[in-house]
Write a protein that binds this ligand. Structure first.
Ligand SMILES: Nc1nc2c(c(=O)[nH]1)N[C@H]1C(S)=C(S)[C@@H](COP(=O)(O)O)O[C@H]1N2
Ligand SMILES: [Mo]
Length: 534
């Protein structure tokens, strides 16, 4: 692991400065007074206690947060580098969770770069399990956000918000006083949490619910090609797509830091009583709340173990559950947006991560040796006019160039100029029959585990003006690694859908007719979702 010195310094300052200030204040002025508060408040003063809905949403939140963190770390380790720049140039990372310097003397693909993660930490663990990790991440986030909305609605519906939302600026002053105590290892007199929180506690709970959670929800989609290539301003809110990704990670770190601090304080400030508050909703000091809480914790651990086990033994089932639940939401929210974002020539990335295996078949190497003069793109299937086209014929049909942002499922991005034939033109030429719904793109190359690489797209996504059969990158014919003679650009989708080294195209009623029927090679073999809008 390597962290940039400036980033480390910033982190140390951010934590070290307040702690140093607290020590200084303690040494010079002594501990500041913490406002006294009554231990028992009259029944009439609202709100007090923890109603069942609050205790349940608190628990559900914990479960899904753990699933989100574990699957999120797994996704991160598929491209274990974080950057402030959108190009992901090796060497410019501010945080690197791999010891590897990208070699310059040989091909090093983004897939070579992913790291093993222990299944005790990652969901599902191991190496390059990003497909399964995403299913857990997206399934969890739907339930996490749903649960959060119920929580916030009831918070304001019942008056419980008064515990959480500070209504006077004096909370800052009081919270600092509490902080000086904690930071110098003192425990100030605590209010009874059944009725009221101390000022620092209130501020941190408030920040977690009304700052961290919304920021996590907002930075997540800033990584979506469908959203960023439709609304170019969205990732710019954070700065760029990689800053959004870095912030998403830092917010996760803040959640984990809060969790550790929160559990520590629960234990230090009257464990039995606190556990009764949040588990049973009673204000007493018996051990039952703690016991039930530990059972609840055991259930969360068991569910996590189940999630890991399901991912290893029934990955197809998880993939299909995600398809049933996540895909409709994605269709509704993200798949309708037509990609339009374009960048300037100055924005083009100096380095563009490659992925995939260069074809090794005699057929392709012979074609490549003759500059693809003998290449014919076969377009067949459910079309009125099947064709075989040479590269010259394809070039003569029209050319569009566009400078766009590429998003790989692994997390890296890059900007390049692509030149090629809009798929819409080809579709006009071959005239798909009314029952044709998808087109499969077959590659000359193999997928990671052997066997022909292919992927399917809906006609709808192929008709977007930015969908190209590209033969040029940055003004030059495609270099070997980047997919000659033809490669796809479908700008509202992730990179794995953009087949390189295209051999032929077949129109069909459904993607179920191809391969294992999941929509493409990586969908078949790595359980990726068939719709890749995020
Ligand atoms: N034939 C083939 N095409 C492929 C792949 C592959 O493995 N084989 N990988 C895909 C993935 S995961 C990505 S991110 C992009 C990478 O494109 P690039 O190498 O131009 O960056 O190609 C896609 N097309
Ligand atoms: Mo990718």
């Amino acid at each position: 692991m390597r962290i940039r010195r400036t980033a480390l310094l910033l982190l140390i300052l951010l934590i070290g400065f307040p702690v140093a200030a607290a020590y200084l204040q303690w040494a010079v002025f002594g501990l500041p007074p913490v406002p006294a508060s009554p231990q028992v408040v009259s029944e009439a003063a609202t709100p007090h206690g923890f109603p069942a809905w609050l205790r349940i949403t608190h628990y559900v939140n914990f479960l899904f947060l753990i699933l989100l963190v574990r699957s999120g770390l797994q996704i991160l380790l598929d491209h274990p580098r974080l950057y402030w720049n959108v190009h992901c140039t090796p060497g410019t990372e501010w945080l690197r969770l791999t010891p590897i310097d990208v070699p310059k003397d040989r091909v090093w693909t983004a897939n070579d770069d992913n790291r093993y993660l222990s299944p005790w930490i990652g969901l599902p663990g191991y190496r390059h399990t990003v497909g399964m990790a995403r299913h857990w991440h997206f399934l969890s986030v739907l339930f996490w956000v749903g649960n959060g909305l119920v929580f916030v609605a009831l918070l304001f519906g019942t008056g419980q918000w008064r515990r959480l939302v500070p209504t006077s600026w004096s909370v800052v002053h009081d919270a600092w006083a509490v902080f000086v105590h904690y930071a110098t290892f003192h425990l100030p007199p605590e209010p009874n949490g059944f009725y009221r929180y101390n000022a620092l506690q209130q501020l941190s709970y408030f920040a977690v619910v009304f700052l961290l959670a919304p920021l996590a929800i907002l930075t997540g989609p800033s990584m979506s090609p469908a959203l960023t290539n439709r609304f170019a301003w969205y990732p710019k809110l954070a700065g760029n797509r990689q800053i959004g990704r870095s912030l998403h990670f830092l917010i996760m770190c803040a959640f984990v830091a809060f969790l550790i601090g929160h559990v520590t304080m629960v234990a230090l400030t009257g464990l039995m009583r606190n556990m009764n508050h949040i588990v049973r909703g009673t204000d007493d000091t018996g051990p039952l709340g703690l016991y039930l809480g530990l059972v609840g914790l055991g259930v969360v651990v068991a569910l996590n173990a189940l999630a890991n086990g399901m991912s290893w033994w029934y990955p197809r089932t998880i993939q299909h559950i995600a398809r049933a639940i996540v895909t409709p939401v994605m269709e509704l929210l993200l798949n309708r947006a037509v990609p339009v974002a374009e960048f300037r020539r100055e924005d083009i990335s100096p380095f563009f991560w490659p992925n995939g295996k260069v074809p090794t078949s005699d057929e392709w190497t012979t074609l490549a040796a003759h500059d693809f003069r003998d290449y014919r793109l076969r377009v067949s299937g459910l079309v009125e006019n099947p064709v075989e086209l040479s590269l010259d014929e394809i070039r003569a049909m029209g050319k569009k160039t566009q400078i766009t942002l590429h998003h790989c499922i692994q997390g890296w991005s890059g900007i390049a100029e692509w030149g090629g034939l809009p798929m819409a033109e080809l579709i006009k030429l071959v005239r798909p029959k009314p029952e044709a719904r998808v087109a499969a793109f077959y590659s000359f190359g193999e997928g990671l585990g052997g066997g022909q690489y292919y992927d399917c797209h809906s006609l709808e996504n192929l008709m977007h003006p930015q969908t190209l059969l590209a033969y040029e990158m940055n003004g030059k014919p495609l270099k070997t690694l980047y997919g000659p003679p033809l490669r796809l650009r479908v700008e509202n989708q992730l990179g794995f859908k953009m087949v390189k080294w295209i051999r032929e195209i077949e129109f069909c009623e459904s993607h179920k007719a191809f391969g294992e029927g999941e929509g493409g090679y990586d969908e078949d073999h790595q359980y990726f979702g068939e719709l890749a809008n995020i």
